[in-house]
Design a protein around this ligand. Sequence first.
Ligand code: FAD
Ligand code: DLZ
Ligand code: SF4
Length: 519
Amino acid sequence: MSTTHATAHVVRIVLGDQLNRSHSWFRTVDPNIVYVLAEVRSETDYVVHHIQKVACLFTAMRAFAQHLSDKGHRVLYQRITDTGAVHTFGEIIERTIEELRPSLIQVMEPDEWRVDAHLRDVASRITVPLEVVSSEHFMTERDELHRMFPGKTSWRMESFYRKMRQRYAILMEAGEPYGGTWNLDSENRRPWTGTPAPPRDFPISNDLSAVVADIRKAGVTTMGTINELHVAWPVTREQALDVLSWFIDECLPHFGPYQDAMTTSHATLFHSRLSFALNTKMLHPHEVIRRVEESFRSSEQQGLIRLSSVEGFIRQILGWREYVRCVYWASMPGYATLNVFNHNAPLPHWFWTGETKMACVRDAVTSSLNNAYAHHIQRLMITGNIALLLGCNPTEVDAWYLGVYIDAFEWVEMPNTRGMSQFADGGQMASKPYVSSASYINRMSDYCSQCSYNPKLRTGEGSCPFTSLYWDFFDRNRTVLAKNHRLGMVYRTLDTMNNDVRSQLLQQAQHYRSNADQL
Ligand code: FAD
Ligand code: DLZ
Ligand code: SF4
């Protein structure tokens, strides 16, 4: 890579999650423009990240810089171990100004409020103008919700999603949703009992030992484990495209019905594992959606791929992914402090070790620590569920999710965690809290048959913690939740419960909450 110190007219900073080869910046090669990428401690240390996340991100950044250099662009790349390395984006910019004397600094709009605020602060201090351009990645603008729903302060994903389908003519026919229905979520709730067969081998295995050595040498604190010779995440666009093809061939036909299924025998089942490639912008959401829709339409005659799978998958990307980003930008920075239930319990130690007797939590946490991954329903209905039922502090919950997952960047992590999963925003995103007792987990997984607890027991020795904690959660949060019309049935059941039964449930829950570390 070029490290020339000749001057440059323009310096363009590329952040670690902006690895978009198709960005208009890269269309022409100009010797007056220098691209800067940097491994910096401000980003490795704002939370304790999973080792796979840092290793994959650095590898993807290095590969991207090499790609730009191969195309003839001038590139400056700072490795975390470089002598004299500086460790904030501001210092990188200041040093670059000193060395290259540019007349303009450009950045693509960052996706996190924290970095956005930092860059605004830097812009106010430096003498060279700092210009922010679009990352050309998302299918909406940051302030989309205000334009889509003027005057509203809470927004539902479903109306957003329908507008997006219409705007981009995705799964539409003559102005109507393809097949006559917008949302086939009700068809996406089958448990998996061994058939259909799980997908064949994932196409990616990377040797990341060199970059892991750099991370360790630099003394970055990380969590989780890594088999550094075989890391199964895409780190280049080519690899990301291979994962997309693998997903379409191996997983998409079954994605819909088994989207919410959980099993100890397969960590990812029919999920795509595309989130890291999407969030680092190696793939564009529209191209993923297009490929999936095209493969559906071309297989339609043979009926290989169900509409519920295609619609379910597209809804995640065109709907949820864009929607949470818009919620983030419409609600920050205040969103990061919301805690409607005043939950303040610490996160139990087993979030960091997986050492719990609850088989469902053990599987979801162990997968998270070993793979930097858990699929959506594990994040929402296992780890998120137990954290909410135990009354954990949403800031601690946020930090765990932001660190542990390969795909975690605050713009997508926080609305999902603090909003959807912890309901800390009081219902800005979700119409009711996503909590469940043992019966849901037992129906959707094979966990309970392998557990020390009994999903059928509500109280007493060996009773499933989820069940007593579920009733306790609604009982103690009555003032916030009782008026929610979607919870009428829950409160009617609680109120007509035999007094002895209710107090035993609440006592059991109190016992579990006081001994959360021992669960
Ligand atoms: P698939 O199930 O194959 O879905 C396809 C794609 O749809 C994903 O790659 C992702 O880009 C998108 N998607 C699906 N659900 C969501 C969603 N709720 N919000 C945004 N995009 C979605 N996703 C992240 O990318 N980063 C996070 O930090 C993150 N944190 C989460 C925290 C919690 C508590 C919950 C409940 C969900 C979180 N999600 C997050 C959403 C979702 O769980 C992951 O996107 C998904 O598990 C990634 O795996 P996959 O690529 O195999 O997804
Ligand atoms: C997540 C992350 C990490 C761990 N390290 C770096 C880094 O060293 N350099 C960098 O440019 N980006 C990194 N990132 C991604 C940034 O945190 C991300 O670009 C911002 O938070 C904006 O979303
Ligand atoms: Fe989880 Fe309860 Fe089932 Fe055990 S019995 S796996 S704790 S839901």
